[in-house]
Design a protein around this ligand. Structure first.
Ligand code: NDP
Length: 248
């Protein structure tokens, strides 16, 4: 009986910010669908604790480190072949009033939410263009479509992700490369826990509790899988989803 391993049939998927929340749910979904994965985050222990199969690489990388992100993706490509899908999910939301918030918090949001998306895109897009195929899924937000109180800088980063995604899509459409924007409303994750302004956090929690049930990370993972699993001839340009009771 032939004991050689079954040939790998599904292509490589890279997910940034896979150590919690939406990225974690997305990693589980792509893994269940049989894809080899490269999972990226700063908390390596959390990536490893997902306990996914052997064809999953966990890498401790900060998405703001462009060189390391590129090098890590290249190593995964050596092992599993070209990246067919990049999910640019890593993000931070540091709510605040611009007149009082520490500028370092603005910088961090731009570095992770926008530069991280650019860094990931830069690492995979040339090969996708050359191969004439591939999908880049950017996790933006409803905060990339409309402004919200205390979200001025966060919204600015997410509006930028929308602008970038729209324009790059036009530029690479001729190469059969898809760019997808996923724009969720409130999802129950660790995202809010990094904001430092107690009153703003409390107000947000009160708003969220009025909503009844916010969305779960798995809800967004389903949207991501839906967009990715369509035939390459069809590009789901954007999915905007919110809890039914979200009022803004
Ligand atoms: P979480 O805080 O649970 O997840 C954020 C992820 O990003 C973590 O895995 C974190 O990993 C990673 N991350 C943060 N900074 C970096 C960095 N510098 N380098 C690498 N990874 C990093 O929040 P969510 O799951 O909610 O957030 C995921 C995305 O969804 C974000 O882009 C967010 O803006 C977006 N979003 C979330 C919504 C919500 O209501 N939750 C609504 C709309 C959009 P680690 O700390 O280990 O590095």
């Amino acid at each position: 009986m032939d004991s050689s391993p079954a040939p790998q049939t599904k292509p490589l998927v890279v997910i940034t910010g896979a150590s919690s929340g939406i990225g974690e749910a997305c990693a589980r979904s792509f893994s269940a669908a049989g894809h080899p994965l490269l999972l990226v985050a700063r908390r390596l222990d959390r990536l490893q604790a997902l306990n996914l199969p052997e064809n999953v690489i966990c890498a401790q990388v900060d998405v703001t480190d462009r060189a390391k992100l590129k090098e890590t993706i290249e190593q995964a490509v050596q092992k599993y072949g070209p990246v067919d899908c990049l999910v640019n999910n890593a993000g931070v939301m540091l709510l605040g009033k611009v007149q009082t918030q520490e500028p370092e918090e603005w910088q961090r949001m731009f570095d992770v939410n926008l530069m991280g998306v650019l860094n990931g895109t830069h690492a995979v897009l040339p090969s996708m263009i050359e191969r004439r195929g591939g999908t880049i899924i950017n996790i933006s937000s409803i905060a990339g479509r409309k402004t919200l109180p205390d979200h001025a800088v966060y919204c600015s980063t997410k509006f930028a992700v929308h602008a970038f995604t729209e324009q790059i899509r036009e530029e690479v459409a001729q190469y059969d490369v898809r760019l997808v924007n996923i724009a969720p409303g409130v999802v129950e994750t660790e995202l809010l826990s990094h904001s430092t302004d107690k009153k703003i956090v409390d107000d947000y929690k009160a708003w969220k509790s009025n909503m009844g049930q916010p969305m779960a990370s798995e809800d967004i993972a389903r949207c991501i899988m839906f967009a990715y699993e369509q035939p390459q001839r069809m590009c789901v340009r954007e999915i905007l989803v919110c809890p039914t009771r979200q009022d803004k």
